[in-house]
Design a protein around this ligand. Structure first.
Ligand code: IZC
Ligand code: ZN
Length: 427
C-alpha cells in the first residue's frame, strides 16, 4: 500500500504561491500562482501535492491520512520568512525614545555610547538561559503571526564569549523550536568601547580570530557587517566579509542605510547573498546588485521607526529588475516588532509595492536571501510543508487591513504549530 499522508488540507478558498527555487526580480515578482478551490498534501514534513483540490485528492488516492483539515474557504500562502532579525539579545531601549523625540539621531545615540552599545552591555551580562527564554518567546510571537523561518544575527557581544553565547542560543532554538532559525555572525555590528581608538585592531580580531572560530564550531552560515558612516567603512567591511568567505560564511551586508558609502557595490563585489536596507544606494550600486544576483532585503519598519524615507522599491523592481525581499529587522533599537504582516502593509503604503510583489518578497525571495530557495518559500512538491491559513480571501486584504494579526493557523513542516493566534503542541 502507498505511504500514508501526514496532513491533508482541503477546502482552501485560494492557494497563492510563487514558483521555483530562485529569486524573482522585476516583473517576475508580481507573477504568482493563484488557485481557487485548492488542497495541500504533506508527508514526512514536505509537500507531496499542492494545487486544485480534485488533482490533490486524485494524487492522494486512498492513502491513509494522519490529519485532515478543512480550510473552510480560507486563503493559504507559504509560511512567511523573516530574512533579517537581531533575534537574540537582552533588554530593550524604550528610554531612547525621548532622545529621538528631541531630535538625536540613531547614529548620534550610538556614537555617545548608547544604542547598540547599551544592548551589548545588557547581553554580555545576561545568562545564556535567559537569552534563550526571551528569544524563544519572540519566536512564538513571530510564529503566531505567520513566520515559519527566521534569520538571527549575533552582534551584541563584540567579544568572542558573548558572540558565541548568542550563536549557541540561536542554534539551540533551531534544534528545539518548530521555527527554522538561520544564523548569521555579525561580530562587526559596532566597534566595542574597548577598541574605540583602534578600530582596525577590532576588525583584525573579527576577521582573524572570530570568523575562524565561528566556522570551526559551525555556529553560523552567513557573515554580516554594519557597513555605515561612522561604524565600519567599506575597506574594513571588505576585510571581514572576505575572511568570512574564505571560511565558508557567505556574506550579507547592512548597506547604505543612512548614507551612500558604496555598501551595495561592496555586496556585489564580495558575492553577498543579500544587501540589506539600501535606502541611499546609488544607481551604480543597484546595477551592481542586479548584475551580481544579490537579493535586496528591504526593511521599511526601520525606515518608519527612524523617520527615514524608505528604500526606493519601485525603482529597484521596475528599473533594475532586482529581486526584493522584505524583513522585520526585529531589534531593540530601530525596529522593535515581530510582525512581518505590519512590514507587508508598510511595503504597500510607503514603498508602493503590490500585494503580489509583497507575497514574493516575504516568501520565495526571502528564502533565497537565506539560501533556502530549494527548501521553502513556495508550496511545491518536495519543499517543506510550511504554510499559513489566513482569515482573508486574498493577499490584498492582508496588506490593506493593517495592524492586526490575520492568521488562522500556521503549519510548519507538516505540523500545525499555531491556531487562533496561539502556539499549539510542544515547543
Ligand atoms: O540594536 O540598534 N541597525 N543595527 C543596525 C541595529 C539597527 C540593531 C540595534
Ligand atoms: Zn539589522
Amino acid at each position: 500500500m502507498e505511504e500514508a499522508l501526514d496532513l491533508l488540507v482541503t477546502g482552501i478558498g485560494r492557494l497563492v504561491t510563487a514558483e521555483g527555487t530562485f529569486p524573482k526580480g522585476g516583473k517576475g515578482m508580481g507573477m504568482l500562482k493563484s488557485i481557487p478551490k485548492a488542497a495541500i498534501a504533506a508527508r514526512a514534513r514536505r509537500v507531496v501535492a499542492a494545487g486544485p483540490e480534485e488533482e490533490v485528492l486524485a494524487a492522494a488516492g486512498d492513502r491513509p491520512v494522519g490529519r485532515w483539515l478543512d480550510a473552510a474557504g480560507r486563503l493559504v500562502t507559504p509560511g512567511l520568512i523573516d530574512a533579517h532579525t537581531h533575534l537574540v539579545h537582552a533588554g530593550s531601549r524604550e528610554h531612547e525614545l525621548s532622545l529621538k523625540l528631541q531630535g538625536v539621531s540613531y547614529l548620534e545615540i550610538l556614537a555617545a555610547g548608547g544604542g547598540i552599545q547599551r544592548t551589548v552591555s545588557d547581553t554580555r551580562r545576561a545568562a545564556e538561559d535567559d537569552l534563550y527564554e526571551k528569544a524563544r518567546r519572540t519566536l512564538d510571537v513571530m510564529m503566531t503571526m505567520g513566520t515559519t523561518t527566521v534569520e538571527a544575527k549575533s552582534g551584541y557581544g563584540l567579544e568572542w564569549e558573548t558572540e558565541r553565547k548568542q550563536l549557541r542560543v540561536a542554534r539551540e532554538l533551531n534544534r528545539h523550536h518548530p521555527m527554522d532559525v538561520v544564523s548569521t555572525f555579525l561580530g562587526a555590528h559596532a566597534v566595542p568601547g574597548e577598541y574605540r581608538d583602534r578600530p582596525d585592531d577590532y576588525v583584525a580580531q573579527v576577521a582573524e580570530e572570530m570568523v575562524p572560530a565561528v566556522a570551526r564550531e559551525h555556529l553560523a552560515e552567513f557573515c554580516d557587517v554594519f557597513c555605515e558612516e561612522g561604524v565600519f567603512s567599506v575597506r574594513q567591511s571588505r576585510v571581514i566579509l572576505e575572511a568570512g568567505r574564505r571560511w565558508g560564511l557567505r556574506p550579507k551586508v547592512h548597506a547604505d542605510e543612512m548614507a551612500d558609502t558604496g555598501g551595495a557595490e561592496l555586496a556585489a563585489e564580495v558575492g553577498a547573498i543579500s544587501a540589506d536596507h539600501l535606502l541611499h544606494a546609488s544607481e551604480d550600486g543597484l546595477r551592481a546588485l542586479a548584475e551580481g544576483g544579490v537579493v535586496a532585503v528591504l526593511l521599511p519598519g526601520t525606515a518608519f521607526f527612524l523617520g527615514e524615507t524608505p528604500a526606493p522599491a519601485r525603482k529597484m523592481i521596475d528599473e533594475f529588475a532586482l529581486p526584493v525581499a522584505l524583513a522585520t529587522d526585529y531589534n531593540p533599537g530601530s525596529s522593535p516588532t515581530e510582525s512581518l504582516q505590519l512590514i507587508m502593509a508598510m511595503a504597500a503604503a510607503t514603498m508602493r509595492m503590490t500585494p503580489e510583489e509583497i507575497v514574493t518578497a516575504v516568501t520565495l525571495n526571502a528564502a533565497c536571501a537565506l539560501g533556502r530557495g530549494g527548501e521553502t518559500g513556495t508550496l511545491e512538491p518536495g519543499k517543506w510543508a510550511d504554510f499559513v491559513l489566513w482569515e482573508a480571501e486574498n493577499p490584498a486584504y492582508l496588506v490593506y487591513r493593517f495592524g492586526v494579526n490575520h492568521t488562522h493557523a500556521v503549519v510548519k513542516k507538516g505540523h500545525v504549530v499555531a491556531v487562533n493566534k496561539k502556539v499549539v503542541g510542544s515547543c
